[in-house]
Design a protein around this ligand. Sequence first.
Ligand SMILES: [Zn+2]
Length: 313
Amino acid sequence: MYTIKRSEKRRIERRKRIQRSRDRHRTLCSVCTILAAGMLILLSFMTKSVLAATGRPEMTAGTDKMEGNETAAQEAYPEAERAEQGTGTADAGTKRSEEETRKKEEQESEPGAGEEEGEALLIAVDAGHGGMDSGCLGKGVTEGEINLQIAFLVKQKLEEKGFRVMMPRQNDEFLSKEERVELANSYQADAYVSIHQNTYEGSDKSVSGIETWYDGADKSRDNRRLAQLIHRETLGCSGARERGLIDSAELYVVSKTLMPACLIETGFLSNPQECADLSASAYQERIAEGIAEGIYQYFYLEEAEVSYQEAFF
Ligand SMILES: [Zn+2]
C-alpha cells in the first residue's frame, strides 16, 4: 500500500515540478515585456525633455523646424536602437530561458530524472518456476529456463529505460510463491511482473498465444492498467495470438503483492512452432521489449490508457 502511494506521489510531484517551472517561466515573460515597454516610454519621454530643454526645434522656423525634428529623430534613433537592442537581448534571453526550460522539462520527464540517485522506479521481474519446479515442458526446454532467459532480457531493457530492477529468482533455483511475494514487497518495488509459459493439456498442438492475468478486485492497486499495457505492447512486439486479459484473484503472486502486478504467459510450449520461437533469443527479445515498453508506458505515458476492447487486435 505504502509503495503505491509512494509511486503515485512521485508522479504527482513530477507533474507539479513541471507546472511550477512553466508558471515561473510565464511570469518571467510577462515581467520582461512590461519592463521593456516601460523602458521605451521612459527613453522617449527623456529624449523629448532634453530637446525641449535645449529648445533646438524652436530656434529655427519652417524647414529648420523640420530639420530640428529630423535631428531630434536622429538623436532619438540611437536611443531607440539601443532600446531595440535591449529588447532584442531580452528576446534572446527569453529564448535561451525557453530553451533551458524545455530541456529541463524533457529531462524531468525521463525515467529516474530529477530523482535522487538510486531513487529511480524499482520493478520486480519474477521468472516463474525454477529448480525442482521446472514448470511445463517443451521440446528440449523447460518453462523455468525460458522464463529466466526472458526475465533477464526484460531487466536489461528496463534498465536501458532508466528503471532499477530486482529479480526474486536469478538462477535455476526453487523459490516458493510466498518467498517471491515477500521479496517484492520487502523491496517495496513499484510494479511487479511475473513471467510464465503456457501448455495445452489436450491433443491440439495448434493452441498458441499470450494471456495476461491480473487481480481486478483489488482496487487499491492499478493492476488492470498495468496488465493491459504489458499485454498490448507484448502482442504488438511479438505478433503472437491474443488470448485475453484474465481478471482473477486466483494467482497468489498477483493477488498478494502490494504494488501494481500482473502475470504474463508469453506462449505455449505445447505448440512446436511457438516453443521453437520462445527458445530463440530473437523472439525472446521481442517479448522482453513488449513487457518493458508496457511498464514504461504505465509510469510515463499518462495518456496511455487502454480499454479492454482496445487490447484486442
Ligand atoms: Zn508457469
